[in-house]
Design a protein around this ligand. Structure first.
Ligand code: SAH
Length: 347
């Protein structure tokens, strides 16, 4: 059966016209779906006959809350969603001054294998569907009562490894008849699949592209990010340049500060050289400790000096505020702990 919440309004309209319904009916159904209806029976402005017909033809899924953690410090809420097939993914809702932001997952697990990341430890289980991405925004808003205005695709998974789904999700969440979240309020983070960055540039969307750089040399980057063996630093940065030329959107580079690995003054100098001529902003992220990894976070004074060096050389850099540190809010860790408990029979 077709997953109805993954369909665009145009597709739904075609289907309903073929069922002999008037055009406005599709708008009604779409509106119910994008307000988080859990069943066709909730769609009370449709006839019972039509509701039954739809229920017989389409799949309508929604996630349930498997775990929910509230930060006492800053209001951050972390959700572990159970999907209809029992798999779990995480989202994090952060309350910023510029609006409530939800960080969503694009895959169950991740195939990319970055050495510092908890999401990839068990590999890729499966990719999400468009509706499963949309539901993370929709149900975070419904559960929390907080209106969501911003989205970051920085949860579990590699969005550009699930390209078509992510594009469809963007179309759905951006649609005026749906949540109507503007592209300028959406960020997509990638580990650096250069050919997909080129493809994304052609879509000419106004979203913010974040690139997880984490190291400016192939030697260091290949050690911590296997994707670098396929698309090296120069190949990646060339794609970033083309992305900027096509879209006019400045690129945000993420750089997790790892003690003794990528945080030395020499690394800062190489980074400055590599980013010269690119409209960039560098986001320095204190590494989150992942129990399974020997990599440790840089010392705070090292992070400060690194940032200063970048700024002095004309590269805008900020140190990311860590939200939700009391609830283990970094991606992948909640799902991992949950899966471990389940396998120990504690659930
Ligand atoms: N796959 C995408 C998006 C998900 S990860 C990507 O690679 O960009 C979101 C960000 O968190 C990425 O920059 C990722 O490198 C970073 N990250 C992963 N594990 C981390 C950790 N332990 N500490 C700090 N940042 C981490």
């Amino acid at each position: 059966m077709k997953d109805i919440k993954s369909m665009t309004l145009a597709e739904l309209t075609d289907d309903l016209l073929a069922l002999g319904e008037p055009k406005f009916r599709a708008g009604q159904v779409y509106s119910w779906l994008h307000r988080g209806a859990r069943s066709f029976d909730e769609m009370t402005n449709l006839s019972k006959a039509l509701r039954e017909k739809l229920a017989g033809q389409y799949e309508l899924n929604y996630p349930t809350v498997a775990r929910c953690l509230h930060s006492q410090k800053d209001g951050t809420i972390k959700y572990l969603w159970r999907l209809h097939d029992g798999n779990c993914v995480e989202s994090v809702l952060m309350q910023y001054h510029h609006g409530n932001t939800v960080c969503i997952s694009s895959e169950v697990g991740c195939p990319m294998g970055c050495a510092f990341c908890a999401s990839t430890l068990g590999g890729l289980v499966r990719r999400l569907t468009p509706s499963e991405m949309l539901d993370q925004v929709l149900f975070a808003q419904m559960d929390s009562g907080l209106p969501i205005s911003n989205i970051v695709l920085m949860g579990i998974g590699e969005p550009l490894d699930n390209y078509d789904t992510v594009l469809r999700f963007l179309e759905l969440v951006n649609s005026p008849e749906g949540m109507n979240i503007g592209m300028r309020h959406i960020s997509l983070s990638t580990c650096g699949i250069a050919d997909k960055i080129d493809r994304l540039a052609q879509e000419n969307l106004q979203l913010t592209l974040s690139v997880s750089l984490h190291a400016p040399t192939d030697e260091v980057r290949s050690k911590i990010m296997p994707i670098n063996r396929r698309y090296n630093v120069d190949t990646l940065l060339d794609a970033c340049k083309r992305y900027f030329e096509k879209t006019g959107r400045r690129i945000s580079f993420e750089y997790a500060m790892i003690r003794g690995v990528n945080d030395t003054p020499e690394m800062a100098q190489i980074l400055i050289r590599k980013l010269r001529g690119i409209a960039a902003h560098v986001n320095l992220i204190p590494l989150n400790d992942v129990a399974e990894s020997p990599l440790k976070p840089s010392f705070p004074e090292v992070v400060r000096t690194f940032r200063q060096t970048l700024e002095e050389n004309g590269i805008p850099a900020t140190v990311r505020r860590t939200l939700g540190s009391d609830i283990n809010a970094s991606c992948g860790q909640l799902r991992r702990n949950f899966e471990r408990e389940k396998s120990l029979g504690k659930e």
